[in-house]
Design a protein around this ligand. Structure first.
Ligand SMILES: N[C@@H](CCC(=O)N[C@@H](CS)C(=O)NCC(=O)O)C(=O)O
Length: 211
């Protein structure tokens, strides 16, 4: 029998979308909660000291959440979270990279400012504040371009790119405010939350969108 996928995770982290996909695909998997990302045994798995980390059934170790999403698209071409057709793939690649390179990084800037400045506490506050401003700017672009016409990034069809976007939205300082000022993003998040597997994974990761 093939080995299961093994996903390293922590609460509130980017492992969320990967675990959701594994569950939705019915893929045999184990999850390993990382207690200390700076511990030697975890640094041996990922020298960056970051989650998610995904070990594939053949033993290959992957980092980078967006690469894992693409990997699971390949592994489960028929799943409803996988884009179908050339135009959808083009759009999915573009916005998945936008979410991971731009938005994920802007969130990291506000939550892990230590990676972005060697400066004082004041410099760190400035980095965080710039990150928060950037997050708002990037969601505006995402809503105007990726969700036109919506409701999903691929139009009428859901894909895991939407779950990735919902995960990032849940990291916002004030998700309720974000989803109010970006109503199309709000509808996307609601649609992701309505999927049968989502609630349990949101709860496991202690993520949510307020009342
Ligand atoms: N580019 C990476 C970013 C991973 C990342 O920054 N993970 C966060 C949790 S959401 C983390 O472990 N941060 C710890 C740190 O930055 O020291 C990915 O997409 O997987």
């Amino acid at each position: 029998m093939a080995n299961p996928y093994r996903l390293y995770w922590t609460p509130t982290s980017g492992s969320f979308v990967v675990e959701l996909m594994l569950r939705e695909a019915g893929a045999p998997h184990e999850t390993i909660q990382v207690e200390d990302r700076r511990a030697e045994d975890f640094l041996a798995v990922n020298p960056l000291g970051k989650v998610p980390v995904l070990e594939l059934p053949d033993g290959t170790v992957m980092t980078e959440s967006a690469a894992m999403v693409l990997q699971l698209f390949d592994a489960y071409p028929e799943a409803d979270f996988t884009p179908q057709g050339a135009a959808s793939w083009t759009k999915a690649r573009r916005w998945l990279m936008f979410l991971t390179c731009e938005l994920y990084t802007a969130y990291q800037q506000s939550y892990h400012s230590e990676h972005f400045t060697v400066g004082s506490r004041i410099a760190r506050e400035e980095v965080k504040s710039a990150g928060r401003g950037r997050v708002r700017e990037l969601w505006k672009i995402f809503e105007a371009q990726a969700l036109d016409p919506g409701p999903f990034v691929l139009g009428e069809r859901y894909s895991a790119v939407d779950a990735y976007a919902a995960m990032l939205a849940s990291w916002d300082q004030s998700p309720e405010v974000l989803l109010t000022i970006r109503p199309r993003l709000g509808s996307l998040v609601q649609a992701v939350c309505d999927r049968p597997e989502t609630a349990a994974v949101l709860e496991k990761y202690r993520l949510g969108f307020g009342a």
